[in-house]
Design a protein around this ligand. Structure first.
Ligand SMILES: [Zn+2]
Length: 378
């Protein structure tokens, strides 16, 4: 007998139906148009070896089949219960249709397999990771908390560097299932607290704070974009770009920290799946704010140099200057630049090709190059 469940941290699937023999149908749980593609479910086989077929459908409540299917083809990751890593499912085992995909899986006797289109970065593991860094490297960093999420979860970060030096705030996980960003920020936390000579130099020159997962409630619940209040944290100011603070509780905490501490730079990593008009597979992407937002000539020059860094020195080159790569007024990047002249590095990891290991290395690389440019132009 086969059973399909999603009742676990980062799980996402609903309305599971047994159609015929070993064929099943389920729907993803979307948040709003565009952000309605993530799934993560367990398929459990209680019997002898068998094949199973699972249809994964767009969310009919959101009713944005295009927003769903635009994220495919991409890597479908599978993890056998007890295995330490996810593996990519072979492409011929997945069919792509206009409003659903079909996954064919061979299940061993009594095997349970987790199936997802984004290698999860669970909140609980991320907290353990950050806590471990703070314990193991307590001569080089300290744990801090941004505050608590709407549902009372600690939003943990790591702080490393020299008090009084320019501050850099690095975050990921606004869109909670964009996990390559979370993996990338975990990598940056690892790097900046490491014994590598470049990290030691940066700790002398900067004060770096890294918060790998700013939306814990959304991550635990397997949401695409929302926090527990139902706010899309990327579109922080949504319909009122001139509001004194962003909508979502967790964004308010970030906004207060960024504005009250007078940070020198804000780094934010998201990720995307599938193919994009503004990118070249398998490369990453990055987004700018309008460069004329910066009133101060020195800050405008610094931002131009950071954009040059992203364009010329990262694999996120391909979103530069193309439609859809400029932040709208409702984002934190836009408002920090406009109101306070704070520049941002906003990077999009390609999750179709990035599990935790490439996400880590590429994010560390982007971070190092960005910091090099920042220090040169300050
Ligand atoms: Zn995003």
């Amino acid at each position: 007998m086969i059973t399909i469940t999603s009742d676990f941290e980062c799980g996402n699937a609903k309305n599971v139906q047994h159609i015929e023999d070993n064929r099943y149908r389920l729907e993803v749980v979307g948040d709003e148009p565009v952000w309605c593609y993530y799934f993560c479910f367990d398929i459990k086989n209680d019997g002898p070896q068998t094949h199973a077929t699972v249809e994964v459908w767009h969310d009919p409540v959101i009713n944005d089949p295009q927003g769903f299917i635009a994220n495919f083809p991409t890597t479908i990751w599978i993890q056998s219960s007890g295995a330490p890593h996810y593996k990519p499912l072979e492409q011929q085992q997945v069919e792509y249709h206009g409003d659903h995909i079909v996954i064919h899986i061979l299940l061993a006797e009594n095997q349970t397999v987790r199936v997802t289109n984004l290698w999860p970065a669970p909140y609980s593991e991320t907290c353990e990771f950050v806590q471990h860094l703070a314990d193991e490297r307590n001569d080089r960093c300290e744990l801090f908390t941004l505050g608590k999420s709407v549902q009372g979860r600690d939003i943990l970060g790591i702080r490393a560097g020299t008090p009084g030096k320019p501050q850099v705030l690095c975050i990921a996980g606004q869109h909670p299932t964009e996990t390559s960003g979370i993996w990338g920020m975990r990598g940056i936390a690892d790097f900046i607290t490491s014994l590598l000579p470049d990290a030691a130099t940066l700790r002398e020159e900067l004060l770096v704070e890294v918060i790998p997962l700013v939306n814990p409630d959304g991550n635990v619940a397997g949401r695409n974009a929302f926090n527990a209040e139902g706010h899309n944290m990327w579109l922080a100011f949504r319909d009122d770009p001139d509001a004194s603070e962003p909508e979502a509780h967790e964004n308010k905490l970030l906004w207060r920290k960024a504005t009250e501490q007078g940070i020198a730079l804000w780094m934010n990593i998201h990720c995307y799946k599938g193919w994009r008009e503004s990118s070249e597979h398998p490369y990453d992407g990055w987004h700018e704010v309008p460069r004329d937002l910066f009133q101060d000539p020195d800050q405008a020059r610094l931002y131009q140099a950071l954009c040059d860094t992203m364009r010329l020195e990262t694999t996120g080159l391909s979103s530069s200057g193309t439609t859809g790569s400029t932040h709208p007024k409702s984002t934190m990047c836009y408002q920090l630049a406009k109101r306070l002249g704070i520049p941002a590095i906003f990077y999009e990891m390609n999750a179709g090709t990035a599990g935790p290991y490439r996400a880590t290395r590429d994010s560390v690389d982007v971070f190092k190059k960005g910091m090099h440019t920042l220090l040169h132009h300050m």
